[in-house]
Design a protein around this ligand. Structure first.
Ligand SMILES: [Zn+2]
Length: 60
């Protein structure tokens, strides 16, 4: 089994973990019905629409 010749320094490892640590709204997409952010492939929580039709009841 291959073994790394040098151990990654604390700074290098931390540098790597610090980058691309968090990105904005990974699965958020805008609802075409109300413009609100919703999860992709999920019915909109605000207006209950999914794929141009209402699929769940939402009380206002
Ligand atoms: Zn909506």
């Amino acid at each position: 089994m291959a073994v790394p010749k040098r151990r990654t320094s604390k700074a290098k490892g931390r540098m790597r973990r610090a980058s691309n640590w968090r990105y904005e709204a990974p699965n958020g997409v805008e609802c075409p019905q109300c413009g609100e952010y919703r999860l992709a492939h999920r019915a909109c929580r605000k207006c209950g629409y999914y794929n141009t039709r209402q699929v769940i009841e939402v009380d206002k």
